[in-house]
Design a protein around this ligand. Structure first.
Ligand code: PLP
Length: 360
């Protein structure tokens, strides 16, 4: 008998999910996914190529990636026991909800924010409480978040936030740790583009309920490699170590990530260049009539402009420039997210946007 209606056999909590679609289409210039498009110093590219070429593929990976954990631990001034690596930050987010969410558990988020928090929470049958940001300036409603967190198991906040670009006030994290019992996950995927003082990694040692998520996908230009990591209390790391897919971080990812992190000082000029381009892009956008933007501490800018979805389609179809459309999303009407590219990419984006907005 043919297998019919397989959807009715899917676990109810997982019914109705669709494959992730970043709405990618091949374009000359891709500023849609917050990747690092800047060229890396040759000393870095050569070291990464060497790591790939010399890593044997016939042996299983070290399940926990201890060499990489040690390199990350040294960087951040923590012990190996406080670091867990994952197949991108996404895997760690899923595992956090797998471990600490579930039926009867509650997650607090502050949207508009990274959609995966909610998706993974749903998959793990976790109740989601959304404390929406102020719709005009996207500021978080701190009192409401603390109040919601008092009855919650987990809070996930993002600094800088994707897609709004703002840094979170550390005072809110302080309040969540002092006034609630929730586990607090601070997602610092973009913190490398913010002032060094923005990271709260140094708080983890004294605050066992605080976890900080980082990734090599953005500043380190390794989105395709899939490597993220969490810094947290060893008790939390032990739980994640026990429930993870045992070989999710493959040998190439471990070897390349290890080299990249060891060479992080070489990337500082690249990151400084992106930050400088962010300022320049922002100033250029400010000169285009009708384009509103919000201050960003990340490698992207959120803009609002009339007919955003149409503008995005014309950038793609007439100029082969891809940016991210958020105009369909709640709270983000007529919003586009533009990754900060190279100077040339940004110049082309500005010229194209100007041509569309001002009528060619
Ligand atoms: C990109 C991103 C991540 C992690 O991405 P990975 O590629 O899975 O490491 C996590 N959080 C936010 C907010 C992001 O934008």
């Amino acid at each position: 008998m043919p297998l019919q209606d397989v959807t009715s056999r899917v676990r109810p909590a997982l019914a109705g999910f669709e494959p992730y679609d970043p709405a990618f289409s091949p374009c000359r210039i891709n500023l849609s996914a917050n990747e690092n498009t800047h060229p890396l110093p040759p000393v870095v590219t050569e070291a990464l190529r060497d790591a790939m070429a010399t890593t044997p593929l016939n042996r299983y990976p070290d399940p926990l990636g201890n060499e990489l954990r040690d390199t990350l631990a040294t960087w951040h001034g923590v012990e190996r026991a406080s670091v867990m690596v994952g197949n991108g930050g996404d895997e760690l987010l899923f595992n956090l909800l797998f471990a600490f969410g579930g039926p009867g558990r509650t997650l607090v988020v502050a949207p508009p924010c990274f959609e995966e928090y909610k998706n993974f929470a749903k998959m793990c049958e976790t109740t989601i409480v959304e404390v929406w940001r102020d719709e005009r300036d996207f500021s978080v409603r701190a009192d409401a978040i603390v109040e919601a967190a008092c009855d919650a198991d987990l809070v996930m906040l993002t600094s800088p936030n994707n897609p709004t670009g703002d840094l979170l006030d550390p005072a809110l994290v302080r309040r969540l740790l002092d006034e609630t019992n929730a586990l607090v996950m601070l997602d610092e995927a973009y913190v490398d583009f913010a002032p060094a003082s923005a990271s709260l990694v140094s708080w983890v040692a004294d605050n066992p309920r605080l976890m900080v998520l980082r990734t090599l996908s953005k500043a380190f230009a390794l989105a395709g490699l899939r490597c993220g990591y969490l810094i947290a209390d060893p008790a939390i790391i032990d739980v994640l170590a026990a429930i993870r897919q045992i070989y999710s971080e493959d040998v190439l990812a471990q070897a390349v990530a290890n080299r990249a992190v060891a060479l992080r000082d070489e990337l500082v000029p690249v990151i400084d260049g992106i930050v400088a381009e962010r300022t320049r892009l922002s100033q250029a956008l400010a000169g285009i009539p009708g384009v509103r933007q919000w201050p960003s501490s990340a490698n992207f800018l959120l803009v609002r402009l009339p007919n955003a979805a149409e503008v995005r389609a014309r950038l793609r179809d007439e100029h082969s420039i891809l940016v991210r459309d958020f105009s369909y999303a709640k709270g983000l009407a007529d919003c586009l997210r533009i990754t900060v590219g190279t100077a040339n990419e940004n110049d082309e984006l500005i010229a194209a946007l100007r041509a569309i907005v001002e009528g060619e």
